[in-house]
Ligand binder design. Structure first.
Ligand code: NI
Length: 199
């Protein structure tokens, strides 16, 4: 190994089955904390009377966030549904909007929903070995449409930050629902419904 002045290389091990990094704690989002992202939060409430399942988890590794640095980690969306809508991440824009991101699917079956501030959208399949390029300016959300954990590895420029609030207010234009046992992309009837109504 060769010493690099002014910086240090490092490696992290991720489990290809669980997606977890045994040495680091993941950030966990339980249904109770994300119920409002679903079209039918009342169905989430019903389930919460019995249990509070883990919807997804991901790594916010504490890395240097200077221009030129890269953030990376894994995201694990667990299998499940609320009112026919698949378990998914909240979704976000980057605070530095002109920031692209790459997701490489390691396990499971999913979809990457993307949307621009103007409402243009795209949806790409995720399956093991598939890398999806999320262009700059697009909000993005990963959705598990399978029956096992959806594990992806992501990387983006470290200073980009996250804007969750815009999506919390207006939602995504399109939803992915289970219809006849298969995922279907449908219009979100609450998209920009008055704006800022807490969707
Ligand atoms: Ni992102």
């Amino acid at each position: 190994m060769k010493e690099i002045l002014g910086g240090a290389g490092f490696g992290l091990d991720f489990d290809l089955v669980t997606g977890l990094c045994p040495r680091k704690a993941s950030t966990k989002r339980y249904l109770s904390g994300v119920k409002s992202i679903f079209l039918h939060p009342e169905q989430a409430e019903e389930r919460l009377k019995k249990e509070d399942p883990l919807v997804y988890e991901f790594y916010e590794l504490e890395m240097i966030q200077d221009p030129g640095d890269l953030a990376f980690g894994t995201s694990i969306v667990h299998p499940g549904r609320v009112g026919g809508e698949y378990f998914m991440t909240k979704g976000h824009f980057h605070s530095v909007l002109a920031t692209a991101e790459v997701y490489l699917c390691l396990r499971g079956k999913g979809m990457m929903m993307m949307e621009s501030p103007e409402g243009d959208w795209d949806c790409q399949e995720l399956y093991p070995g598939r890398a999806v390029y999320v262009p700059k300016r697009l909000a993005h959300r990963s959705i598990n449409v399978g029956e096992e954990p959806l594990v992806t590895f992501f990387t983006f420029r470290a200073e980009a930050g996250h804007d969750y609030g815009t999506i919390e207010r207006q939602g995504f234009r399109k939803l992915v629902m289970e219809r006849g046992g298969r995922p279907e992309v449908v219009d979100n009837p609450r998209w920009k419904d008055g704006g800022g109504d807490g969707l």
